[in-house]
Structure formats: C-alpha cells, structure tokens
Unconditional design. Sequence first.
Length: 442
Amino acid sequence: MNSTIAAIATPSGRGGIGIIRLSGPRALELASEATRFRGAWLPRHAHMLSWHDDTGNVLDSGIVLYFMAPQSFTGEDVIEFHGHGNPLLLQTMLERLIGLGAAMALPGEFSRRAVENGKMDLSQAEAVAAIVEAATLRASRQAQRHLSGEFGRLVETLMDVITSVLAHVEACLDFPDEDIPALLFDDLRAQVDEKLLKPLDTLLANANFGERLFSGATVAIVGAPNVGKSSLMNALSGRDRAIVSEMEGTTRDTLEVDFEIHGVPMRLIDTAGLRDSADIIEREGVRRAVQALSLADVVLFVADATRAETWSISDADIQDDVIKVMNKTDVADGPDFTDGFIHISAKAGIGLDQLGARLAESLGELGASEETLLVTRSRHRDALADARGYLGRGLDMLGHEQQLELVAAEWRLAWRALGSILGIGDVEQVLDRVFAEFCIGK
C-alpha cells in the first residue's frame, strides 16, 4: 500500500486510445517527471501534455487526468495517461514509469486497494471484474446491480439481523440465573426463519442460474441421422452455420456455435448422427458425438416426427434427463407423437421459444425474472450456504438453555461467513484468491 503502482488499463492490441493507470503516494511526482509538467495539477481536469523518455525525447502526447485522494477509484492519488493505442508506445511509457520508481501492478491490485481503502466492498470489486467478463446484456445488468452495492446492502441487512438475534442469546448467557421465557425463543425462531433463512433460501435457489450468466453452458444436439439437428442449430443460433442436406451423414464432425438464450451465453454443439456405419470418417464423427455428450451441460435429443424409429434413445451414453425434442411436427401425418417431447419445427420456426424456455429452466432459471437479484459467483454461493447451515444448526439447538453457548457460536460463524462476501474480518487469503483472477490494470 506504500508503493505506487502502474499498469496498462486497456486491452492488448491496437486502438484509437490507450490508457496507463498510476496509483499511489508518488503518482503526482512520477507524472510530473514523465511529462516534465511543472504547473499545478488540477483534479479532474484534462491536461494536454507530452510524456518523455529518460533522454527527453517525446514518446507520445495526449490527455493526463489527475484524481486526488481520497476522491478516486483506489482512494489514493491516481493519474491516468490517455494516449494513442499503440502497444509499443504504451509498453515504453509503462517501462518509463517503472524506471522512475513505480511498481508493476499485480492482477486486480487497483481494485484491491479500493477495497482496502474503503471505496467499495469486496462484492463490488468482484462486480468490476464481472462487468468486464459479461458476455450478455443480462449478465452485464446483474453485474451493474452488484457494483451499485445492491447485493452488498442485502448481505449487510442479513448480518444486522444476525447481530440482533445474537445479542439476545448473548444477553441470556450473561444472566444465567434468570429464567428465560419461552416466548423469547419463539420470537428468535420466527426472526431467524423469516428474516434470515427464507431470504437465504431464495438467493441460493437462483444461484446456479446466476453463475450460468457468466460461466455459460454447453449444449449438445444428438439424435439419429437426418432428424434436423443441423437445422435446429441454425434456427437456435440465428446463423447458417451447419450444412443442411437430405443426405444422411452430412455432419461428419462436431460443429460449434455461440449464442444466448434468456441472457445465458451458450455453446451449441451439433454432432454426427448416432448410428452404426462402415464409413471410417462417419464412425469417427459418431465417436466425437459421444464424447461431446460427456462434456455437455445440457443434451438435446432430437427425433423426427415423421420417422418413429428415431423416437427412442438407445445410446447408453445418453442419460434420461435430456431434453427431448420432436422435430418436423409441421409435416407429420398425425398428432400421435411420443409424450415427453417438446414439439418443434426447426425449418418453420415453430416451438423454438418453448424450447428456449426449457433450456433456461434446465440451467436453473426457476422464476428468476430480469428484476431478480442473482448470486453470480460461486464464492458468494458457498458463503451463503455456509451461513445458512450455521443458522440452521443454531436454530435446532435454540430452546435448550444448556446449549445456548453453542447457538451463539454457530450464529457468530454465520455472521463471519456473510462478512467474507464483503471483505469483513480476517479475509486476507480470500482477497489473494479473488484478485488473482482479475486482469492487470483493474
């Protein structure tokens, strides 16, 4: 925290603008030396300056911004150099700052300093990384809500309730000779159930879907040859990615395409038709199709409504919990289709919305609307689950005066588990793990 750190804050590659960020107690001194500016640095004012190498030659020219502590992202003096997006110039300028005494920033070190200086809590810092990582608009909106502090405020509210109920238990322990009315325990049970367990259960119920918004999902399409797997891939992705033909065995290898459903980024894998074949190339395609099944989060088994022999799942590697899709229902002769299938026509675009909703549901979207605040990181989910477990165990022991100390101990652990989400308490190892996943410059 006593060092001044520097890093390139824009992505690698060429662009119109490149940014170098400098933060720490010597930020102004190093900026003055690099730019040879001897005037007064005005906070949040765009200074048009040139920056120089150690021999005085101009490296680049651009805008230099000064953010004075504590009114900055990190809470320290921060300088940002906005120059041309040439990787060579940016790297040379960064090396110049390091030569003047700056330290190369570690992954996430700017955000970590913001947390340690009280500019944001740990969940907000993680939201910064989530915004950078978001592949869909829905994911970005969730990250923005976390960055605004909405999730952190909810966690703080839960911690305040734990503090309140814990205070009553601690008071009972302080006066062991007093009779404790049963109504007190009933009231504590009601508070823990309504104000803690139910909100935690709601958050945890949607946690898998919230994480999927960022981690994405892999969906494999399988079925017999010529049932319309490639047509379904093209229809879902909105791209003419796979070759569609009436000839069996057209798809010889797995094809992949990225798209999204209900805001979840998905990788759709179109596989070769599952059947025995003497063709060595087609057999290899079938082998890769079976391999794709083992890697997929969701499997779409596609059947042809006009060919009853394609309706049965016979391959041993296909599990019973797949989503079964009956294709070509618009040209079938009758309504006698196998139950349990979603009826669609990939060619005519029939039933695709229903299939998309079923896909999202299989990934955990159970009543999670656009307005639902979601848990989006596994670390948060684990902490919430731990807190829920501690609260439940304490609640089971409540009412037995000889076990009140154990109740208090469990509820203190619940408070600590929630505090780890915000970076409260002894969380040095948590900070190391969280910020190691950040990109340089954030």
